[in-house]
Design a protein around this ligand. Structure first.
Ligand SMILES: NC(=O)c1ccc[n+]([C@@H]2O[C@H](COP(=O)([O-])OP(=O)(O)OC[C@H]3O[C@@H](n4cnc5c(N)ncnc54)[C@H](O)[C@@H]3O)[C@@H](O)[C@H]2O)c1
Length: 260
């Protein structure tokens, strides 16, 4: 039997990048995936082909009433919600003095408040059924500061602590809550950021100890683990999937010594 057979999974930001890869992986593992996003996706036929009842709905995660209605509809149709992945997110930033208030509000609203609203929409259902796995997509940039990161890092740091607090509050009700901290992953979001800054891409690739950007499927693999029964005693954690970006600094010593 497939590892997620019969499970009902909600994935936000499921049209693209990491959310899409999670939807595809979960569907291949037997879950029914109910995705949402502000945009449509040409890739969703692959999800539906793997798991027939899966679907993608148009929904803005900053809309609490819409998120509540969406989760209610999932429960009405399938009777339960086993997995939530919160992958909807946007990137923006800049030094604080150069960051306008509207940009601050937008990133916090989508990345942090949107995550809170997604969790709020499913948590009573998971608590009542005494099981559930919540997987938030934070970032290595929520663990440390990054040049120009400002509001993005603040939003992802908030996501990590919110995730831990959900683990504390709902653990005895059978709900697990973990954050994934991706490093730099090849997605449309990262491309939009890096394409105008080739030096930044070269620097990130050098600082990523495996010497390459990550793939969305590699984050989906971590999400699959956290969703599965293999992670039945894992909660309140941040799982860093970054190719060694946060392992420490490299200064070219091994190149100088001829190792690589
Ligand atoms: N790509 C990376 O290097 C990286 C690294 C760390 C964390 N992340 C995080 O991973 C998550 C997914 O990012 P990605 O790289 O796959 O980017 P992406 O742009 O490919 O996917 C993000 C998806 O979120 C959707 N979205 C944006 N605002 C929304 C809203 N208000 N309501 C619903 N959906 C909305 C977008 O339409 C898009 O489909 C984000 O939270 C991002 O911050 C990405």
């Amino acid at each position: 039997m497939s590892a997620l057979q019969g499970k009902i999974a909600i994935v936000t930001g499921a049209a693209s990048g990491i959310g899409l890869a999670c939807a595809q992986r979960f569907a291949r593992e037997g879950a029914v995936v109910v995705g949402c996003d502000v945009q449509e996706s040409a890739h969703w036929p692959s999800v539906v082909a793997a798991s027939a009842s899966s679907r993608l709905s148009i929904l803005d995660v900053t809309d609490g009433a819409a998120q509540a209605a969406f989760a209610e509809a999932v429960v009405a149709e399938f009777g339960r919600i086993d997995i939530l992945v919160t992958a909807a997110g946007v990137g923006d930033g800049g030094p604080v003095g150069m960051l306008d208030e509207a940009a601050w509000d937008r990133v916090i609203d989508i990345n942090l408040k949107g995550t809170y609203l997604s969790i709020k929409a499913v948590i009573d259902t998971m608590a009542a059924q005494r099981s559930g796995s919540i997987i938030t997509v934070a970032s290595v940039e929520g663990l440390n500061g990054t040049e120009g990161g400002s509001v993005y890092n603040a939003s992802k740091g908030g996501v990590i602590l919110l995730t831990k607090n959900v683990a504390i509050d709902y653990g005895r009700l059978g709900v697990r809550s973990n954050a994934i901290c991706p490093g730099f992953i090849e997605t449309p979001m990262l491309r939009a950021l890096m394409d105008p800054m080739p030096d930044f891409e070269a620097d990130v690739t050098r600082e990523t100890k495996l010497g390459r950007l990550g793939r969305a499927e590699e984050i989906a693999g971590a999400a699959f683990f956290l969703a599965s029964d293999d992670a039945s005693f894992v909660t309140g954690q941040t799982l860093v999937v970054d190719g060694g970006y946060t392992a420490g600094h490299s200064h070219g010593i091994v190149e100088m010594m001829g190792l690589v």
